[in-house]
Design a protein around this ligand. Structure first.
Ligand SMILES: C[S@@+](CC[C@H](N)C(=O)[O-])C[C@H]1O[C@@H](n2cnc3c(N)ncnc32)[C@H](O)[C@@H]1O
Length: 186
């Protein structure tokens, strides 16, 4: 399958901005969730910069991405408790249930955010949580999500508890960009 993200794959893993972003996502995740022994789905995993940080504590991680190149780079890392799959999530693709689903910088690229949340909700065990990080929409560009937009989407998808925070920001050429984090459960 051709995927525009394939073009970014070769430079993604060692890109300084990507590494810094993954360091922050992992630290903010660890501050909220005990990863010990969890079964995790890393949705839109890219080359697995977050996946590989979670792996030592996790029981098992299924890491999925629509880009074949991103997935092949992750597979080459040979992490023993990580199963990397190239797929664009559709109903029935995955039969496992997860304690934790992570989605770092991916929901801005899916065709339908609410439908994707509904699909992922169906893959959570009772008591499981979904954690999202994305750029905060500040109204200055077309990128990111506002807290209201996030609340509305998670409510429509049927999540009951939704905690939204702005745990870190990164300095980009266009200035300081805030990241929004969502922790959602059923
Ligand atoms: C900005 S990158 C983030 C990658 C990784 N999560 C990270 O933080 O380094 C977005 C990733 O989402 C993947 N992606 C986009 N749409 C997708 C979809 N519908 N299903 C699975 N992966 C998708 C892309 O292939 C790309 O690797």
């Amino acid at each position: 399958m051709s995927d525009e993200w394939d073009d970014y794959a070769d430079d993604w893993n060692d890109n300084e901005g990507v590494i810094i972003y993954a360091n922050h996502t992992y630290e903010t995740l660890r501050a909220e969730v005990d990863l010990e022994g969890l079964k995790i789905l890393d949705f839109g995993c890219g080359t697995g910069n977050l996946t590989e940080k979670m792996a030592p504590k996790a029981n098992h991680i299924t890491a999925i991405d629509s880009s074949a190149k991103m997935i092949s780079i992750l597979k080459n890392k040979n992490i023993k408790n990580v199963k990397a799959l190239q797929l664009e999530l559709r109903e029935g693709d995955i039969s496992n249930q997860f304690d934790l689903i992570t989605a770092s910088s991916v929901f801005g690229f899916v065709p339908n955010f609410v439908d994707t949340l509904i699909l992922l909700k169906g893959l959570l065990k009772t008591g499981g949580i979904l954690v999202q990080w994305d750029w905060l929409d500040t109204g200055q560009d077309d990128f990111g999500f506002s807290p209201d937009q996030l609340k509305s989407a998670y409510n429509k998808a049927g999540f009951k508890a939704v905690k939204i925070s702005q745990p870190f920001s990164l300095t980009k050429s266009e200035g300081e960009k805030k990241v929004v984090m969502v922790i959602a459960s059923l």
